[in-house]
Design a protein around this ligand. Structure first.
Ligand code: HEM
Length: 108
């Protein structure tokens, strides 16, 4: 991954109102994001997902870099009906950096 995880950590402030990541991360308004790479969409036990993400789960959608990139650019363009109220990260560099940060919390 070509992004800068340290810059991604700063950018993650745009996410941290709703998402936690790292040791002890819990679900808040959004599900925790540990291990998101390779995780099945909508699969955190006990989190009340939208119909859109429930459908993605039923379709066996797995979060990979391409899908995360699309979802972070424009959540509803990838998952219609998602309730993630986030306008999106419109710059590719910003998405690369946040993805590098998220990737650092996925065991390889
Ligand atoms: C879902 C990432 C910002 C609320 C998700 C998912 C990812 C993600 C990967 C899917 C999780 C899964 O399938 O288990 C991010 C990142 C953000 C961000 C990286 C910042 C760049 C936000 C913000 C909010 C939010 C600001 C609240 C205003 C949610 C909610 C869901 C979700 C409610 C579940 C959506 C649904 O059920 O349709 N987020 N998110 N997120 N996020 Fe975010």
């Amino acid at each position: 991954l070509i992004g800068d995880a340290e810059r991604g950590e700063q950018l993650f402030r745009q996410c941290s109102g709703c998402h936690q990541i790292g040791p002890g991360a819990e679900n808040r308004a959004g599900p925790h994001l540990n291990g998101i790479f390779g995780r099945r969409a909508g699969s955190i036990e006990g989190f009340d997902y939208s119909k859109g993400l429930e459908r993605a789960f039923q379709d066996n959608m797995v979060w990979n870099i391409q899908r995360l990139n699309l979802y972070l650019e424009n959540p509803r363009s990838l998952v219609s009906g998602t309730r993630m109220a986030f306008r999106g990260l419109k710059k590719q560099q910003d998405r690369d950096d946040v993805l590098a940060y998220l990737r650092s919390y996925t065991a390889s």
